[in-house]
Ligand binder design. Structure first.
Ligand SMILES: [Zn+2]
Length: 409
């Protein structure tokens, strides 16, 4: 079960910021308590760094979250400034934490949905706050509003449960849990786990139209095979491969990766690291391994049966990712921070699906039909695979058959 650690800022002798007859420590504790009740109702496990008006050291808050093995850490605060006219909402994560950034983005989005609590969105920021750097899980710190501002102060006083609701919604969306109040997603969403919607030939023709690189085109076959084995629509995974590698480095990789990394989707090493750091990225021995890792990471997102796996080549096989994106659309903001990530993949998938492969490999072409039938009839060939390449040993067999045939005449 997913566990959320809620950290109401300050407490006890430390009242936090003060303004408009409000104490930060009281406001954030109230929000935290309401949030706890809402999360429990959604089926989450919850741990709190404090449940009452006690003072807890910052490093002890980290210890509480780490000991509890929480999946995420959410610290709640009120902002304050000398300049009483400053107002609005902002949210923090540590620099380089991709999951922290994703969690920020999800909470920011749901806060923005309620205009009663947000007067202005000051955005996502990075900082080295102790509670963010000392915790082992994705962690965020929310500055709900300015206690020092009159209008914000009114909101902090009257809208505490609205803040809790918005944060709860953001957490649900981070974990891909549908909010009962949200409208059902349209049925046109592209499922990641599904029967193939393309053939290998369509994938190859599409690849040729994008980058006539032999390695890129040839990998379509391996992608098809390994995807189908895991129940993944190969159109989705191959589109991702193309997007993540810039059509196998037709565009130079920003992180400095190349074919020798056999890393088809920018998979990071287990401990993670910067997007532009070569050494933060996995180097697989073969494409078979790299593609398997990609597909196992994707199957985890899609919530495939038997996942998370015990044995996997996926270096970042985190259980909390399970089922967080069942459709291509839901990968946006989760697999990658970009909100248009899924849409980009959909364009590629639709291009692949619309490719008409004229070539029927089971039948000889019209111009060769008569010869093919005659040669089959004479038993010079076995009548299968008319469009395959021929090997030297096959040439030898045919030559001998022809020789024997002529000898008997
Ligand atoms: Zn504070």
């Amino acid at each position: 079960m997913l566990k959320i650690c809620i950290d109401p800022g300050h407490g006890g002798k430390d009242s936090g910021a003060v303004g408009n007859r409000l104490l930060e420590k009281d406001v954030v504790l109230n929000i935290a308590k309401i949030l706890k009740a809402q999360l429990l109702e959604k089926g989450f496990n919850v741990c709190m760094t404090r449940e009452d008006d006690t003072f807890i050291e910052l490093k002890d808050r980290c210890i509480i979250a780490n000991k509890a093995k929480a999946d995420i850490f959410v610290s709640i605060h009120c902002n304050s400034a000398e300049n009483k006219s400053a107002f609005g909402f902002e949210i923090y994560h540590t620099r380089g934490s991709i999951q922290g950034q994703k969690l920020c983005a999800d909470i920011k989005l749901t806060i923005n949905e309620n205009k009663e609590i947000i007067r202005t969105d000051r955005g996502i920021k990075t900082a080295n706050f102790t509670v963010l750097t000392g915790t082992n899980m994705p962690a965020v710190l929310i500055e709900t509003a300015f206690i020092s501002n009159i209008e914000d102060g009114k909101i902090l006083k009257a809208k505490q449960s609205e803040f809790a609701t918005a944060i709860c919604k953001g957490i649900c969306s981070y974990f891909g849990i549908k909010n009962t109040k949200t409208v059902e997603k349209s049925t046109s969403a592209t499922q990641i786990l599904s029967k193939p919607t393309v053939t290998v030939e369509q994938m190859q023709e599409w690849a040729k139209s994008k980058n006539n690189n032999k390695e890129f085109i040839n990998l379509a076959e391996l992608y098809y095979k390994l995807s189908v084995e895991r129940g993944i629509n190969p159109a989705v995974s191959y589109a991702q491969f193309a997007h993540e590698t810039g059509f196998l480095y037709k565009v130079k990789s920003a992180a400095g990766l190349d074919e020798s990394y056999h890393n088809p989707c920018g998979l990071k090493v287990p401990q993670g690291g910067g997007d532009y750091d070569k050494n933060a990225h996995m180097k697989f021995r073969t494409w078979h391994e790299g593609i398997s890792a990609h597909l196992e990471h994707l199957a985890l997102y899609a919530g495939a049966k038997g996942y998370p796996r015990e044995n996997t080549l996926d270096p970042r096989h985190f259980p909390y990712l399970l089922g967080t994106a069942k459709t291509v659309e839901e990968l946006s903001g989760k697999w990658a921070p970009s909100q248009s990530y899924g849409d980009k993949l959909k364009v590629y998938i639709e291009e692949m699906e619309s490719i008409k492969v004229m070539e029927n490999t089971q039948e000889p072409s019209n111009w060769a039909k008569d010869s093919w039938e005659k040669a089959t009839e004479l038993k010079l060939i076995d009548g299968t695979r008319p469009k395959d390449n021929i090997t030297r040993q096959e040439v030898a067999s045919i030559a001998v058959r022809l020789y024997e045939l002529l000898k008997t005449k």
